[in-house]
Design a protein around this ligand. Structure first.
Ligand SMILES: NC(=O)c1ccc[n+]([C@@H]2O[C@H](COP(=O)([O-])OP(=O)(O)OC[C@H]3O[C@@H](n4cnc5c(N)ncnc54)[C@H](OP(=O)(O)O)[C@@H]3O)[C@@H](O)[C@H]2O)c1
Length: 274
């Protein structure tokens, strides 16, 4: 096993299946010389995925990670610190969506907790480990259309000085407004998944703005509409095709974009195009 402490290390969350699994497979290409760590919330599903990759000759390590559980994130951070003394690529891919148009307090709370607060907690806990040249990729979605917000919420979301704490307050306000039935009058759309991904996209901009160490780039992306358990078999893209933009961002050269949103192999102006 080539898990030497001198390898550049890449961690992918929610990687036992779907787009995350395809991202791991592409990053584990021996020509890239990366030590990839596949993580999943369910240990047996994750280990099965690692075994499937090993059967194809790909050397991938496994570590459990539930992005909604703080002790689980701490355990991964400590393991990375002990074993590799740092981290070079973090792909925040783990996410969830309820089927159909389910919309109630429980749906809102669980979706925002996982997609927004889970991604935030992983990034905050692993960020101190990022080495010079590190890349953070947040798998967001074009479903997170800011045009679905009221003009005043849009204006707040796009404020250049918005902080993580203010953004988290907005996400909590959304969940609370669903509980109280006031979401519409407060300017939110009836789409929890979309709101959670707006949070991920804006979070990425804030991390990029506040990062002062050299050559560490944060970008968000939409993988496209991909055939996975989250969607349906008629979606046009394979998981391998969906992995292309996240992998491209994970391997961005020095001087590449930071704080951007990418889809279809290009950067989007989220204030005008989403
Ligand atoms: N498919 C699309 O068309 C599409 C479009 C835009 C964006 N996305 C985004 O792409 C990412 C991957 O989605 P996918 O389509 O590949 O869906 P998927 O096949 O359902 O995979 C989602 C992955 O996230 C994991 N996960 C869920 N909750 C987690 C938690 N609390 N902690 C750790 N892992 C967790 C799942 O684990 P389990 O197997 O244990 O459930 C699974 O490994 C998501 O962020 C999704 O929102 C997908």
């Amino acid at each position: 096993m080539s898990s030497s402490s001198s390898s550049r290390v890449a961690v992918v969350t929610g990687a036992n299946k779907g787009i995350g699994y395809a991202i791991v497979k592409q990053l584990a290409d021996p020509n890239l010389g990366l030590q990839v760590v596949l993580t999943s919330r369910d240990e047996s599903r994750g280990k099965q995925a690692v075994a499937a990759l090993a059967a194809e000759g790909l050397d991938v390590l496994y570590h459990p990670l539930d992005i909604t559980k703080e002790p689980s994130i701490d355990a991964l951070a400590n393991w990375l610190k002990d074993r590799f003394q740092g981290l070079d690529i973090l792909v925040n891919n783990a996410g969830m969506a309820y089927r159909g148009d389910a919309f109630n307090y429980e749906v809102a709370k669980n979706t925002i907790d996982c997609n927004y607060f889970g991604t935030l907690a992983v990034t905050q806990k692993l960020s101190p480990l990022l080495r010079e040249g590190a890349r953070v990729v947040n798998v967001s979605s074009r479903a997170g259309k800011f045009s679905r917000l009221s003009p005043s919420l849009r204006e707040i979301m796009f404020r250049p000085d918005l902080t993580i704490s203010q953004l988290s307050d907005l996400m909590n306000d959304f969940v609370q407004s669903v509980k109280e039935g006031t979401w519409e009058q407060k300017g939110w759309p009836k789409q929890t998944y979309a709101v959670s991904k707006m949070g991920v996209t804006i979070m990425t901009r804030i991390f990029a703005r506040d990062e002062h160490r050299p050559n560490i780039l944060y970008n968000a992306c939409c993988p496209g509409y991909v055939r996975t358990d989250m969607t349906n078999p008629n979606a046009p893209l394979s998981p391998e095709q969906g992995a292309k933009t996240p992998v491209y961002l994970a391997l961005l050269p020095q001087g590449g974009a930071t704080g951007g949103f990418f889809a279809d192999q290009r950067q989007w102006d989220i204030t005008k195009e989403l």
